[in-house]
Design a protein around this ligand. Sequence first.
Ligand SMILES: [Zn+2]
Ligand SMILES: [Zn+2]
Length: 377
Amino acid sequence: MSKRDFYEVLGVGREASERDIKKAYKRLAMKYHPDRNQGDEEAAEKFKEVKLAYEVLTDDQKRAAYDQYGHAAFEQGGMGGGGGGADFGDIFGDVFGDIFGGGRRGGGQRQQQRGSDLRYNMELSLEEAVRGITKEIEVPTYASCEPCNGSGAKPGSSPQTCGTCHGHGQVQMRQGFFAVQQTCPTCHGRGQIIKDPCDSCHGQGRVQKTKTLSVKIPAGVDTGDRIRLSGEGEAGQFGAPAGDLYVQVHVREHNIFVRDGSNLYCEVPVSFTMAALGGEVEVPTLDGRVSLKVPTETQTGRQFRMRGKGVQSVRGAGTGDLICKLVVETPVNLSSKQKDLLKELEESFGGSAAKKHKPKSEGFFNGVKKFFDDLTS
Ligand SMILES: [Zn+2]
Ligand SMILES: [Zn+2]
């Protein structure tokens, strides 16, 4: 089997995306395809090499194995490369384990013992969520051990190559005709043994710590939003990369405003005389009070939209509106004089002109009448 580096074969970098790899493969496969190079042995070899590199690098598990162990990943088990049936699931199962119910992770995190992702629940007031804020948080986590630099070996010493697997982290087990690769039982896949463990971390390479982080919350976040702080999670074991920290946002209820996406809603009480005669009320917005003109003969429940007084979308979808719902208040604690005035007013509404002053009543009572008619018929 070819010993050329698979990335080199395809002419791509080690961080190449699957798309880049596919693109490179297409180009090279066309160039070396046997149909185009009849009888050309060298081209045929090249074609095979390109195909194998492509098969390995577009398979997440195989690529991970290749990145960690090189060609040895495919040779040890005697399975050959490419189409082989080597089972890497057992080696990588832990690494790709479920973190937030998200299933296997693709892409960049391929190394073993990467630190866990952490979640921090952050409560914000509506104002903080709307305007954005920088908050300091304390996160309990593992950090790379300083005295041993994360190696786990006592300062001055260093980890030894594992004698069982010779540093490969895997051993080959034979069962009848089959050769199966397994995680090395001596070093648990690390490929290294620590004879003289570091005193500070007892050979773990990491220690438990509390760290203070400054988290910038962008303006417009809402309950359920999540901010990812790459590499701020738990430190990996033995110098492996750290996990990520997810700040989960929860916005507390506000005593005036109710938020729905980028819109804000609030109820504004008005007296029934103002609702009838019209006037101006002050309504609250997040930027202070503004005056709202109440038209004459306004019904209770009528909504007024104040454009741009809502929340600026965190995803750049513009700013929402403030929707004020006017609620007409029935007066209480009436004096006898006030009661007399109201009686007088009611009398003036009465008689044949009743409907004229009561826009909803006619429709309502007609509906009620029809309801009972339908019941008895
Ligand atoms: Zn070993
Ligand atoms: Zn240490």
